[in-house]
Design a protein. Structure first.
Length: 282
C-alpha cells in the first residue's frame, strides 16, 4: 500500500504525492530529509515538509537560475553557489566553458552525499569536476568572511524558514555585496510570488539599499505550485538586464548549451513581471 506525502508549505492548501517507495529518510540534525519515488515526478526530495526538487522538472529551475545570470554577464570566470546541495546548479554552471572556478558553499555534507546517491542526474558528475571547490560551511558566515570576488553569485536555498531563513537576511546580502566583482550579478530563489508575495517585498527592501538595481525575473516550475517562481536579481551593472536578444542568442550559440527549458527569448521575457509583483516592490 503506497503512502502519500503531503507538502505543508502553506497552512490551508498543499499538494500531495504518492510515495511508491521511500528510498531514504533521515533527521540530519539540520533538517528532516526524505527521498521517495513517484510515478509522475520520478525521484523526489523534500526537506521539512517542503518539496525541494524532483527528477522530472529540476531542469526548469536549474537552467533559469544559472543561464539567465551567466549569459547576461557574458564572461563569468568565477562563480559562487550558496546551497544547491543537489548539484543541479553546479552542473549547469560547469556547462559554461569560460568558467575557471566554481565555489559551492553547502551547510550539510549529508545532503550532497544523499543527492549523489539518489539523484545522480542532478549533479551528473559535477562534484568530480576539477573546477569545483566544495566548502561545507554556513553560507552567511562564508560571504561575510570571504576575501575572494566572484562574477556571478547564485543562492539556491530552501524557503525562508528553518536553516534557510538566514539566506534572506540583510547580513547575508551585505556579505554578497562584499564578494561580488564590479559588474557582477547576484541571483536567488525567491519563492512562488503569488503565494509568497511578502518574500518579494522583503527581499526587494533588503537588496535595494545595497545595489543600484534590485529586481526579479521569473520561471514556472511545475512542482513549485501556485504560479510563477520569482528569482531575485541584484547588480550594480544596469546593462545586464537589457542585453539584446541578438547578443543573448550569440552567447547561447557560442556556449554550445543544450537546454530543455531556457531559450534566449524566454530569458528576455522572464524580466517582464505581473502587475501584482510590480505593486509589491513599489
Amino acid at each position: 500500500m503506497s503512502k502519500n506525502y503531503l507538502e505543508t508549505l502553506y497552512p490551508a492548501w498543499g499538494q500531495q504525492f504518492v510515495m511508491d517507495e521511500v528510498l531514504f529518510e533521515v533527521d540530519t540534525g539540520h533538517q528532516h530529509l526524505i527521498i521517495f519515488n513517484n510515478g509522475q515526478w520520478g525521484t523526489v526530495m523534500a526537506l521539512d515538509g517542503v518539496i525541494q526538487t524532483t527528477e522530472k522538472d529540476e531542469f526548469v529551475y536549474h537552467e533559469m537560475m544559472v543561464h539567465v545570470p551567466m549569459l547576461s554577464h557574458g564572461d563569468a570566470k568565477k562563480v559562487l553557489i550558496i546551497g544547491g546541495g543537489d548539484g543541479g546548479i553546479l552542473r549547469e554552471v560547469l556547462k559554461h566553458q569560460n568558467v575557471e572556478s566554481v565555489t559551492q558553499v553547502e551547510i550539510d555534507q549529508q545532503v550532497i552525499d544523499m543527492c549523489i546517491q539518489y539523484l545522480p542526474n542532478h549533479s551528473a558528475g559535477a562534484y568530480d569536476n576539477p573546477k569545483a571547490n566544495i566548502v561545507i560551511a554556513d553560507g552567511v558566515d562564508f560571504v561575510n568572511e570571504c576575501t575572494e570576488k566572484f562574477d556571478v553569485i547564485i543562492s539556491d536555498s530552501t524557503d525562508p524558514m528553518g536553516p534557510g531563513e538566514v539566506l534572506f537576511t540583510s547580513r547575508f546580502y551585505q556579505g554578497i555585496k562584499n564578494c561580488l566583482n564590479d559588474g557582477g550579478v547576484f541571483v536567488a530563489q525567491n519563492g512562488v510570488s503569488f503565494m509568497q508575495t511578502d518574500e518579494v517585498t522583503t527581499t526587494h527592501q533588503r537588496l535595494s539599499p545595497l545595489f543600484k538595481e534590485a529586481s526579479f525575473y521569473s520561471g514556472a516550475v511545475p512542482t513549485y505550485v501556485g504560479g510563477i517562481m520569482t528569482f531575485a536579481w541584484a547588480t550594480d551593472n544596469l546593462e545586464l538586464k537589457s542585453v539584446s536578444l541578438e547578443t543573448l542568442e550569440q552567447r547561447y550559440q557560442a556556449a554550445n548549451l543544450q537546454t530543455r527549458f531556457y531559450t534566449p527569448a524566454l530569458h528576455k521575457g522572464s524580466f517582464a513581471l505581473p502587475q501584482y509583483v510590480l505593486d509589491a516592490i513599489k
